[in-house]
Design a protein around this ligand. Structure first.
Ligand SMILES: C[S@@+](CC[C@H](N)C(=O)[O-])C[C@H]1O[C@@H](n2cnc3c(N)ncnc32)[C@H](O)[C@@H]1O
Length: 778
């Protein structure tokens, strides 16, 4: 039977949209019935009603299909309510007098149409769904962010392309629609799966839209709006350096570890500025980026603890001293005073009065900053008063190994304590009254297997075969740290061509030509290929130490030691021993790290042990292996102080009765016309030091000699003091060096003590004998 012209026209119009007769006829039949054979309504707006109805039909079929399908995926589950909802809305608009189900479609009152349309309909799943594709294709050109089901965005129906409500399709002519359908983009779109299967990854949380290409080749359909202002791209292997990761980035559980979403963060208010301590102190971070990448922030009980973990490129740290009124951080290892000391956060301590110190216990705050040249600055272990026991920065492990937490304490005076009341890091420290520390506490404080707490390449155990005493607490550092005012600059620009061998390659020691570094030590390197100081070089160093007067001591015009005394009359300089420097290759040299002219900078390499001496000298250091003559043992590490700062500490220690452990860096004093106080430096290992702080004094014939070693700074104001064996030393021999003490000089920074070195050359013994003779004579 020939079709009626109007039916033919409708079918043709739909065909032009890519909708085949089989889809059109049943819908048309229903509309014909619904509109009481009123073709005008059907034909209006280029068959808008028909198109919408076909679309609705298709959507309903999809819904039914899904209901029948037990295995449809999560995305479908998410999409279903929305589709259903929209279909029913359309249906309501169309069906002013009720909704007809598809089961009713065979009840037609129009015989012609009915006969035209009484063809076998394909099963729903066999049908194409051009309109859905068409709509998806079309939606893609409307808005990149239709997102009505994103709970984070609330009701976004206003931005969603509303095909039905806004008559989006209907506002376009069939030609326009045809253009859309036939455009290459649309065809490509049509070849894609209708439902992109990222639903499993998103778990249906975010809508996924099929869109034109977004910048960087990412399809908009792959964009996921996770939060306002944050768009997550699909998981893919990316370089994590490219990650811009918001604090609360909604990572999902199912992400593989090597798969991370790229998060594009739209500008928003910065949430975290410089942390402000509750007591009002701020943490200074000169190098924000550096700190940001290195610093860990943890907040517990409202307290922020900041600590730097891992290496930095810094070479020297600055430590500022507490004011004279501040409490002492560490006391003499001999335990000669009862000052407040620093102990680790140990279970043992928690039960002691240390934890109950309560009202008025002084807290130490340490501010850490990073200078532009990368050096770490531990500024001001400030003492504040707070009701409970604070924590302290723990051991400073030297150049760039500032691992200590800068204990920022809060009003409760407690930081870094985990939920269970446990301590987050066993290396963390608390301030306790030293007199409250039991032997057990101290035993627990110092790892008996390694007093360095891992700061050195080797482990250094401690042992006490004499009594039950333990070494007192101090901060173990493997490299010296500037306390505050010392003028120490590790500037590469400060190293001239004559101070480095930038043209060298490989191992300088194996090259016959004298490089610039060799020239610094008279054209010969100080070291043998075995890493020992050459004999003649060593002997000269020993001689200079033992017989300073024969080597023309240096006298300052204005000695910094005298200057800082603030006496009315400036006393003349008492003289400084002349020294021979070792010059090691360093960062500006072209040689390899394994170069034989780099010994001290590699750190301790022999087996050492801290032990309790039997002669009443307290703790000492010994070797556990035979050491050849000229072997490097360790360097003297401590806080780098100016002569003025040393003077201030001496005044303090005189009051407290504490013995400081300073060593002057005076090898160039007297060579320069007038040294500024900031250039006149010393090392103080009282609070911060390495294993060298346990080396006892021996008059004259010590088995170690200290040799100045230039590594980073050519100006010889700051340098390393390295200990080398003066002879072969047997295993278990105590190591000692001559402090250079004048036992008659009670003004000397190194406080005199009753010497028990046992040397036949003991100067103290001679003095004692002199005194005895004098008293006998009297
Ligand atoms: C740098 S510390 C050496 C380690 C110290 N023995 C200890 O127990 O920590 C210097 C102190 O050790 C003691 N000392 C060093 N050499 C000594 C000696 N020859 N005779 C007596 N006491 C000595 C003195 O108390 C001195 O102030």
């Amino acid at each position: 039977m020939a079709q009626k012209p109007k039916v033919q026209a409708a079918l043709k119009a739909m065909a032009e949209l890519g909708i085949n007769e089989k889809q059109v006829k049943p819908v048309l039949k229903r509309l014909f019935k619904l509109f009481d054979k009123n073709w005008e309504l059907i034909e209006a707006e280029n068959y808008r009603v028909l198109i919408d109805a076909i679309f609705d039909e298709e959507e309903n079929e999809v819904v039914e299909e899904k209901k029948n399908c037990k295995n449809y995926d999560e995305e479908d589950m998410e999409e279903e309510p929305q589709v259903h909802h929209e279909a029913s809305r359309t249906s309501k608009r169309l069906h002013s007098s009720g909704h007809e189900s598809s089961s009713q479609k065979k009840k037609s009152t129009n015989a012609d149409l009915e006969s035209d349309m009484e063809e076998e309909l394909p099963l729903p799943h066999q049908r194409e769904r051009p309109l859905k594709r068409l709509r998806k294709s079309h939606e893609g050109q409307v808005s990149p962010f239709p997102n009505s089901c994103n709970p984070m965005l609330g009701d976004t129906s206003s931005v969603r392309p509303k095909v039905e409500k806004d008559g989006l399709l209907g506002t376009r002519s069939p030609q326009q629609l045809r253009d859309i359908t036939r455009s290459p983009e649309s065809r490509a779109e049509l070849q894609q799966p209708i439902s992109p299967h990222i639903g499993n990854k998103n778990k249906g949380k975010q809508p996924v839209m099929s869109k034109p290409l977004a910048p960087h080749g990412v399809r908009f359909k792959e964009l996921v709006v996770a939060e306002p202002g944050i768009i997550l791209l699909p998981k893919q292997n990316v370089n994590t350096h490219q990650l811009l990761k918001p604090k609360d980035e909604p990572f999902t559980d199912d992400m593989a570890q090597d798969e991370v979403p790229i998060a594009a963060i739209l500008p928003g208010p910065s949430s975290e500025e410089n942390p402000i301590l509750q007591d009002g102190a701020t943490v200074e971070q000169n190098d924000q980026e550096h700190v940001a990448s290195q610093e860990k922030e943890s907040t517990t009980n409202g307290i922020q603890a900041s600590y730097n973990e891992g290496n930095t490129n810094s070479e020297l740290a600055t430590i500022e001293e507490e004011s004279p009124s501040n409490l002492e951080v560490a006391s003499s290892p001999l335990g000669e005073d009862g000052s407040i000391s620093v102990a680790p956060n140990l279970d043992a301590l928690r039960k002691t009065t240390a934890w109950d110190a309560g009202g008025g216990t002084k807290e130490l705050l340490c501010m850490q900053s990073f200078s532009l040249n990368g050096s770490v600055s531990i500024e001001h272990p400030t003492v504040v008063t707070a009701p409970q026991v604070p924590r302290l920065p723990l051991s400073l492990n030297g150049f760039g190994e500032c691992r200590e937490a800068c204990g920022r304490t809060a009003s409760n005076g407690f930081s870094g304590v985990n939920k269970e009341g446990g301590l987050e890091d066993s290396r963390d420290l608390v301030v306790v009254q030293q007199c409250d520390l039991t032997t057990d506490d101290l035993r627990a404080y110092h790892d008996i297997n390694d007093i360095t707490k891992g700061a050195e390449r080797v482990t250094i155990p401690w042992v006490n075969e004499m009594n039950s005493e333990c070494p007192l607490s101090f901060f173990y550092i493997s490299r010296s740290l500037v306390f505050r005012d010392a003028d120490v600059n590790f500037c590469l620009s400060g190293i001239g061509d004559g101070d480095c061998c930038s043209t060298c390659l490989g191992d300088c020691l194996s090259v016959p030509a004298r490089c610039a570094c060799a020239c610094q030590t008279g054209g010969e390197f100080a070291y043998t290929p075995e890493g020992l100081v050459k004999d003649d070089f060593l002997e000269e160093c020993i001689s200079m130490t033992r017989n300073p007067q024969q080597h023309h001591p240096l006298y300052c015009k204005s000695c910094p030691l005298e200057r800082v005394k603030n006496d009315d009359c400036l006393e003349p300089c008492k003289g400084h021993s002349r020294r021979k420097f070792i010059k090691e290759c360093w960062s500006k040299c072209g040689c390899v790290i394994q170069c034989g002219n780099r010994v001290v900078q590699r750190g301790i390499n022999c087996k050492l042990q801290v032990f309790f001496t039997s002669e009443g000298k307290g703790w000492g250091l010994r070797t556990l292996e035979d050491l050849p003559k000229g072997a490097f043992v360790c360097e003297y590490v401590g806080e780098v102080l100016t002569s003025k700062e040393l003077q201030e500490r001496n005044i303090q220690s005189a009051r407290s009765g504490k013995r400081p452990y300073p060593v002057l860096l005076d090898a160039n004093w007297g060579l320069k016309a007038v040294l500024r106080n900031e250039e006149a430096l010393c090392l103080d290992a009282t609070k911060y030091g390495n294993v060298a702080r346990f080396i006892n004094h021996r008059c004259l014939d010590a088995n170690l000699v200290e040799i100045p070693v230039e590594v980073e700074t050519p100006d010889h104001c700051y340098y390393h003091i390295a200990f080398f064996t003066t002879r072969k030393v047997d295993a278990l021999e105590e190591l000692n060096w001559d402090y250079g003490i004048d036992f008659d000089d009670h003004d000397h920074p190194v406080k005199v003590f009753q010497c028990r070195c046992g040397s036949k050359f003991c100067r103290n013994m001679k003095r004692s004998n002199r005194s005895r003779s004098a008293s006998i004579a009297a």
